[in-house]
Ligand binder design. Structure first.
Ligand SMILES: Nc1ncnc2c1ncn2[C@@H]1O[C@H](COP(=O)(O)OP(=O)(O)O)[C@@H](O)[C@H]1O
Ligand SMILES: [Mg+2]
Length: 423
């Protein structure tokens, strides 16, 4: 309208769009509505609950990532069926058929009336269905197969993955429904992998392991409701992922007499020490540049440790050996305490002497050959003693700090001390 019919003024109208008038009602910080979100729902799977920090928080959104075939759908179907005992669960799949999922559930022994399946990829439809059904848990498998019809680009593109996550996060938060997302990680370049949505979700957990091995590790890398870096250890069996009986000792081969090159170390993951067996093999090389091959062990760290041994222990001959280093079960860790065990396993090859399976070595290795402290040392010794280890080689930093009787503690300053003690 150009002229106001009331006061006859020209161009006095201001355009206000409808949505500008829309409001939302804030809630008081003491409100009971918030209380509802306090409750943690235990999944009943001990390892999973521990990694999550005591269960799933209402309205939280959790991402479970991992390589194809590692067991994500299996784990989430197991969790879905635990929740189905409490109420209606919605399991949305964009990549499998009703029959495939039912067959898996049959194998796992988790067919339940309350477990509802939805084969769909349109996230708007899925969102509306979640609101209509009001389930106790939603599983979306996988976020890369979902798409919003309002966006260009095919499912799996960065914009689609982000928008789909945003839509379900909004539903989770506003309605107090926990939602678990599956995200595929590919070994090669991660294009629209879980990394692009890590900041949008409350918890990020990766299922890791060697596909040829039955051991699986569920590792927390982000958790707004608990400690991060916590790991849960499982075994992939016919009936699905089963909690490991003795998680702290899962990554030890269990040989009675260790061969040359095997050594036990203790890493600290979240709140738990995990004892792992590190193995190295050094053989004369047939190549101009010796081979360095790793599994579970960080490649660059191995190169660094070899360089330290060459320089500080005058082991110049390492350059004429191929060196293979791995952890049993391919266990990967961020804990630098593993350094010393890699060094010792190489030394064991070179000095041709085996290390007892009752000995645990840990410590970070500095460039000067010095041995630095790492976290969780006291717990490592405490649990180690309980688990039957007899002898520890650990950084001298802990000399006056760890006082645990009935176990042989060898405090070391430098890699040279380690050589004296063990070889
Ligand atoms: N009958 C079975 N017994 C033991 N493990 C099985 C059986 N069938 C499938 N699996 C395991 O399940 C894995 C596939 O799990 P799945 O949950 O589909 O993985 P993802 O969803 O991560 O791609 C296979 O790699 C295999 O290790
Ligand atoms: Mg799957």
């Amino acid at each position: 309208m150009g002229k106001c019919p009331e006061c006859d003024a020209w161009n006095s109208f201001i355009e206000i769009s409808e949505s500008n008038k829309e409001t939302i009602i804030p809630i008081s910080i003491t409100s009971d509505t918030i209380k509802l979100y306090e409750e943690r729902i235990k999944t009943g799977n001990g390892e999973f609950d521990r990694v999550l920090g005591g269960g799933i928080v209402r309205g939280s959104i959790i991402l479970v990532g991992g390589e194809p075939g590692i067991g994500k759908s299996t784990l989430l179907l197991q969790i879905a069926s635990i929740f189905a005992k409490k109420g209606k669960v919605l399991y949305v799949s964009g990549e499998e058929s009703y029959l495939q999922i039912r067959m898996r559930a049959k194998r796992l022994g988790t067919e339940l009336d309350n477990l509802y399946l939805l084969i769909e990829q349109n996230i708007e439809l899925i969102g509306n269905t979640i609101l209509q059904e009001d389930p106790v848990l939603v599983v979306i498998d996988s976020v890369q197969t979902m798409f919003s019809p309002h966006l260009e680009g095919s499912a799996g593109s960065v914009t689609q993955v982000k928008e789909c996550t945003r839509i379900v996060t909004d539903i989770a938060k506003k309605n107090g429904i926990p939602i678990m997302l599956v995200g595929h990680v590919t070994k090669g370049g991660i294009i629209a992998g879980p990394k692009t949505i890590e900041h949008l979700v409350d918890g990020v957990f990766y299922l890791e392991g060697e596909r040829t091995d039955i051991k699986r590790i569920l590792r927390g890398v982000k958790n707004r409701f608990g400690t991060t870096n916590e790991v849960g250890i499982f075994e992939m069996q016919e009936k699905g992922l089963i909690e490991a009986e003795n998680p702290m000792l899962t990554f030890i081969s269990g040989e009675n007499e260790f061969p040359i090159g095997s050594v036990i170390t203790a890493t600290f993951e979240g709140s738990l020490p995990i004892f792992i067996e590190v193995q190295a093999l050094a053989t004369p090389t047939y190549f101009p540049i010796p081979r360095r091959v790793v599994s579970g062990v960080d490649y660059n760290r191995l190169l660094l440790i070899i360089a330290i041994l060459e320089k500080r222990l005058h082991l110049n001959k390492l350059g004429s050996f191929d060196i293979y280093a791995n952890t049993v079960g391919g266990f990967k860790t961020q804990d630098r305490a593993i350094d010393l065990s890699i060094a010792v396993s190489i030394m064991s090859n070179i000095y041709e002497k085996s290390i007892s399976e009752k000995t645990v070595v840990f410590g970070e290795l500095g460039l000067g050959g010095e041995i630095r402290p790492t976290i969780g040392a006291e717990r490592k010794v405490m649990y180690g003693k309980r688990l039957g280890f007899k002898n520890f080689i650990l950084p001298s930093f802990f000399k006056d700090k760890i006082k645990i009787a009935g176990i042989d503690l060898n405090f070391v300053d430098n890699i040279k001390d380690v050589k004296e003690i063990l070889f």
